[in-house]
Each structure stands twice: as C-alpha cells, then as structure tokens.
Design a protein around this ligand. Sequence first.
Ligand code: PMP
Length: 449
Amino acid sequence: MTVDKDALLASDHAHLIHPLHSKAGHQDAHVWVRAHGSTLVDADGSEYIDGLSGLWNVVAGHGRTELAEAASRQMTTLPYCSGYTGSSNPNAIALAERLARLTYPSINRFFFTSGGGESSDTNFKTARYYFRQLGKPEKTKVISRQWAYHGVTLAAMSATGISGYFGPMFEPRVPGFSHISSPYPYRYEAPEGVSPGIAAANELEQKILEEGPETVAMFLAEPVQGAGGILIPPDDYFPRIREICDQYDVLLAADEVITGFGRTGTMFGLEHWGIEPDIIQYAKAITSGYFPLGGTGVSDKIADVIDSGEDVWMHAYTYSAHPVGCAVAMANLDIIEGEDFPGQAAEKGRYLLDGLQAALGDHPHVGDIRGLGLMLGVEIVEDRGTKQDFAAEEKVGARVHQAMQQHGLFSRMRGDVVCVAPPVVITHEEMDRIIAAVAGGIGDVLGSS
Ligand code: PMP
C-alpha cells in the first residue's frame, strides 16, 4: 500500500490538535504507519529504532500477535461491561489477583484507570478519603519533586515538576501542591558533611514542617524520574524518604508508570532500595501500550479503610476495569514474566550503558551518562567542568534529536538530555545501532570526541 505522506500531513495540519501541540514543531512530523519488534516505519518508508518504546510503554515490542489475539478474543466475547460497584468481570479479577502477587507485599488491592494521569488523580483523592475517614480531614496536601512527571490533568499537572507543563498558560495550579528538589545526582549540591541522598530526602522533612505535618497527605515520587531526564536517586535516598513519611504520617506514593513491570531491572522500582510504598500507580507497560490501561494499588491499611469507611469511595471511570484492557494486560504479563523482562532489562541496560560510556565518555560536551536497567540518559553540556548548559537559543537538544534520526534512531530529549528507553525485546545488534546513532547524532552537532 502506498501512502501519500504530504496529503496526510496537510489533513493533519487542518484537523488535528496534538498532545503538546505546536504548529512549528509539527512541520516535519513523522506519520507512523507500521512497526515490528523495536522498529517504527514512517509513511515515507524510512525505518527507525523506537528508542523510547513509543512513550516508554511498548516494552514487549511491536507486532506481538498474542496481545492482538487476547484483545480480539475478549472483544468477541464481552467487549465492555461496567466496572462500577455491583458489576465485575473475570479479567479484572484475575489481573488484580496477579498484581497482588507481582507488586509489593503490602499492596494487595487495585483500581483500574485508562492511564497515568487518571491514576495520579485517583491517588490524590484516595489519600484525602483515607485521612478523612481517620478523622484527619485537614490532611490533603501533596508534595512532589522538581523534574517530576505525573500527568497533565489539572491536579496531576500541579504535582508535575517540569516547568513547561504548568507554565503560565495553565496557571493557577491546584492549591495544596508543592515541590522539593530532585535528588538529581549530577546536579544536586548537598551541604558539607551530608550525603546528597540524605540531604535531598531531608528536604521532604523540611517541607512537611513548613506546610504543617497535620496538613500533608502524600509524597508522590517516581523511583527513577523519567520524562524529567532519567534521574536515578542515590541509594540512601528512598530509605530516608520512607522514614520521614512514617514519622509524619504521610503516605508514600510510588509513581511506577514508567518503572513498573521490569524496565529498571526489577519488577517495580523501589525494590532496588528495599522499601515499600503505601500506594502505587502504574500504566504504560502493563499492556505494552496495546490498550490504554493504568491503575493504582493500595496497601492493606488503606484498603481496610476503604472497605470499612462510612462514606462510599465515590470515584469512577467509564473504562475502569475494562475487560479488553485487562485481557491484554494478562497476556502481556505472561510475556513479561515468561521472558524475564526484569532480568533482560538489567542485562541489556548494562550493555547499553557500557556502550554509551565507551563511545561518549570522553566527549567534551557530554557531562553525564547514566542508566538503571533500560532507562538511560546522556546529558549534554556546554562545559563539562562547570556543568554549564548550552544557551536555549542554540537548540542543541532539538538539533541532536534531528541528527540522531539521520542515524536511524527516534527517541526523545528532555532539554539537552538524550533519553533512551527501548523495548525490552531490543536485540544486541539494535543496541549497537542505538549507541552509534547517539554518538553519531551528538558528533554531527557538536563534533566528535
Ligand atoms: N506518571 C509518569 C511517571 C509518567 O511518565 C507519565 C507519562 N509519561 C504519567 C504519569 C502520565 O501518564 P498518561 O500520559 O497516561 O496520563
């Protein structure tokens, strides 16, 4: 089938509004028409490695017929039913039971949404409900971090800490949301005598005290910050965060929308640091992106309050517990568990990190190369000594992104940070091509090392 890309783009410009819409930024848009494994195919016939697994979600790769068959079977059996109280379906029940086994030991009750932002909102409301039932209705505030991404509903946007997303055009943010620094190891400056991980975690205690502990409901954090530029916390960060949350009766919510289901080398992200959250949220990899499904999970103490609360937990989505989404998730979890995605992500992540370090470790404009499992970042700076960024007008990130495409890699940037998070099924030969494309793209724009 031939596709007239120019005609498609003309119609696109006339009729579509895109996420993060920018007419200027869409001039040379790709129109994706096909994909297989870790490869995306544009309407003009060009092929690219899918360096970000779609939007971090297509962990099992493209073209998995078992996922399509699971959807098709369910669509011809029961395409939809309500998930509201009084209705259920076998797939949602099976998926919740399976998540109870796969997630943290104390998290055994699950609610389903259509994605990450809805899951953030669900958790903000659940925290309010929980403390109100416990007679602490003033505990409603949410603390999150700079560089966090938690979605773009009005409340999720208010927790998000990347300035472009809540910039002036959408102000004001929802009251009761505040931010602390990210533990960004490349940039965080700790006071003398305190480790950066502890210092960054202690900012949570300071913020709770500033806001008033009796008003703070939740601290929301991604185990590894993704959209904010692949920020991997020091090992002592999350254990100290857990202590602070316990001390001030603040719920610790883990946003595992990217880190969940194996990407970082463990099934869930906080397993790296041996702690458990009170609440989790997930989306993306649970269906490898083949169906929009997300959700939350709560610890037994919160589930008990929801079960015994005097007031109905009046929160709902039409597509909660969607039978097709849950069927796709079950088939996808067969892949994730059967093919040991955590193990594969750990091994392949090390391979990519070593390869990127060998190719770019001495480059005068590469300040930091970091990774945990298959979440990797290459941070470009003007000056390695001072960590000074290039001026925004130089658009270095955008130019590198463009140049990497000439080398066959389609990924995403956060400013001047190259984000790399390919499907877990990526091959070693494809990873060699990713390494060459990142080095080639940076070399084209900034010269070689
Ligand atoms: N949380 C995290 C950590 C995310 O990375 C994202 C999406 N990139 C979201 C929440 C929001 O998910 P969605 O776009 O499905 O609303």
